[in-house]
Design a protein around this ligand. Structure first.
Ligand code: ACM
Ligand code: ZN
Length: 549
């Protein structure tokens, strides 16, 4: 009885007294100045003000209203153009940092010359008059609103309001490219789930979603001019149950219509995420070769991974241009990923058509690049040029370096950082995604029995956190490293909750690699902040791995 009374009293106390926000979130903001014990108390009924003529800012205000409600139960009102509102969003960052503005003017820099990271910058100031979110662009206000969201305590009893310590907080990301990938070929994930996935990416400050749409195990992108490609290419006869060679005997399929893809592009853009679609060529394409068997070079082995698209068949390039043309119609992304990984050259060596093409192009071993590697580069150039005419740049896995890199191509360095270092040396843009630090399909705990089956290997949280994308890059070449990305392959990941289990908390760690200055990083401090953020995951029903290694 006594215990019950005590619990009731405690509940009453938490419901009545304000709970406090904490700005030490993930990823950690660049600077947080809190030099007084004073707080502003946010209560239900208070308002969020914004420029009513700017629908983008209005949308960000509505996001914030929803997030505050979800985490604290406080009901805030949207009160456009109200200078007395408790929370005020405005594009006034430079107006309030006059000295910096003067410095920029002295250097002759115009606002449009801001780096992409400066365009995402924001500030949060909390004083007795309320909470001011300032930025240069609406994207900065979105980042500010996410920071405020993550600073909030998760509670059901905010009747006494939420105390926000007075603060001057300023922040901007370290890298321009902050990506996360998802393989939707090995397993198919619904549009609704991908929206949840994008929400989690946005919460971590990611601005690029690399969508792996095709592979041996299923073609997921609808091409209207080639209806069979997705209709038939999406299916496989069965899926492996375990690594030990057990199969489930059940046909498996799924594909995205172009309308669904467009809807996701729109959804992502509202969260300041660009979707980079990947059509993997010339290998990892058995799903299409099943539909167009005459485009397959002689097969090397029985595994799809040995199948390769014929580079010498005159029908190949027109087919690829149809596919990439429709891909460009649907995805506005400046970057289009053309894959290029793990292309076995045995098929090309045996294929009379490919060998005739090598002769026609006079490709010869130059001591560095075998003719078949140069043939892959030739194909990349054809597609690269086709995409360049549409204002796009290609990204390829680091194998695209092997036959000589295509002009303007970006390299995604996955087999370690060697490829990235070499590409930067050649002044090509690079995204770092080495298996050792960024492959979230690997086990995250040593004891495999405590986790669902995974592809193998071991990538603990600590090793993700320790990653430094610029290590080994000479200073003058660091500008070519655009950023880093996590890759989540799904051979063994079939369900949404499993996706989040593999993603979190490793994306929490990577978000500090992508966002924070290296001198801000401290794993023990990160752990403390992580346990707070996990209360938000619990509230939102987002799964994560609870153990940390
Ligand atoms: C890859 O993991 N094959 C890029
Ligand atoms: Zn061939």
């Amino acid at each position: 009885m006594k215990k019950l009374l005590f619990t009731l009293l405690l509940l009453a106390a938490t419901a009545t007294f304000a709970q406090r926000a904490d700005y030490r979130i993930i990823p950690l903001p660049g600077s947080i100045e809190t030099d007084t014990p004073q707080c502003f108390t946010l209560r239900s009924g208070m308002g969020i003000s914004f420029d009513a003529t700017n629908p983008e800012i209005a949308r960000n205000a509505a996001f914030l209203q929803q997030w505050v409600q979800e985490l604290t139960g406080l009901q805030l009102a949207l009160t456009p153009d109200d200078p007395k509102a408790a929370i005020r969003l405005s594009l006034s960052l430079d107006a309030s940092t006059k000295t910096k503005k003067t410095k920029r003017a002295k250097k002759g820099l115009q606002p449009e010359e801001l780096t992409p990271q400066q365009q995402e910058a924001y500030a949060i100031t909390v004083t007795a008059s309320g909470i001011q979110l300032q930025a240069r662009q609406p994207v900065g206000l979105f980042r500010a609103a996410q920071t405020l969201r993550k600073a909030l305590p998760v509670t059901d009893g905010a009747a006494g309001g939420i105390e926000l310590p007075f603060v001057k907080l300023a922040d901007q990301p370290r890298f321009d490219y902050r990506g996360t990938h998802l393989d939707c070929s090995r397993h198919f994930f619904t549009v609704d789930f991908i929206q949840r996935y994008l929400d989690v990416l946005a919460m971590h400050g990611c601005n690029q979603f690399h969508w792996h749409l095709t592979d041996n195990d299923g073609w997921r992108f609808e091409v209207k001019a080639l209806p069979d490609l997705a209709e038939k290419g999406q299916w496989r006869d069965q899926s492996p149950l375990r690594r030990a060679g057990l199969w489930d005997g059940t046909p498996y399929g799924g594909r995205y219509t172009q309308e669904e893809c467009r809807e996701l592009v729109r959804y992502a853009a509202e969260r300041y995420i660009n979707i980079i679609p990947e059509i993997d060529i010339p290998a990892h394409i058995a799903s299409a070769l099943k539909v167009y068997p005459d485009l397959r070079c002689p097969v090397q082995g029985e595994w799809g991974v040995d199948q390769v698209l014929c580079a010498g068949n005159p029908k190949t390039l027109p087919l690829l241009k149809t596919i990439f043309g429709e891909l460009c119609d649907v995805f506005p992304s400046r970057y289009i990923h053309i894959g290029g990984d793990e292309c076995p050259k045995g098929g090309w060596r045996k294929c009379p058509k490919c060998q005739a093409k090598i002769q026609e192009l006079s490709l010869q071993d130059d001591g560095h690049h075998a003719p078949e590697n140069q043939l892959q580069t030739w194909m990349n150039r054809q597609i690269g040029q086709f995409l360049a005419e549409r204002g796009r740049d290609i990204i390829g896995w680091d194998e695209i370096l092997e036959g000589g890199l295509t002009d303007g191509g970006l390299v995604m360095s996955w087999r370690g950082v060697k490829g990235g270092i070499e590409a930067a040396r050649q002044h090509h843009r690079v995204i770092m995604t080495p298996t050792d630090n960024c492959y979230f399909d690997y086990y995250q705990l040593r004891d495999h029995d405590r986790q669902p089956p995974a592809i193998g290997y071991y990538l603990p949280l600590t090793r993700v956190y320790a990653f430094e994308p610029l290590e080994g890059i000479p200073e003058e070449e660091q500008q070519y490293i655009l950023g880093a990305q996590a890759n989540l392959w799904t051979e063994f990941v079939a369900y949404p909750q499993h996706v989040f289990y593999m993603l979190l908390p490793r994306l929490d760690a990577l978000s500090e690699v992508q966002w924070c200055r290296p001198d801000q990083k401290d794993f023990e401090d990160f752990r403390t902040r992580l346990s707070r953020l996990q209360r938000t995951y619990d509230r939102l029903g987002i799964n994560y791995c609870h153990d940390i290694e």
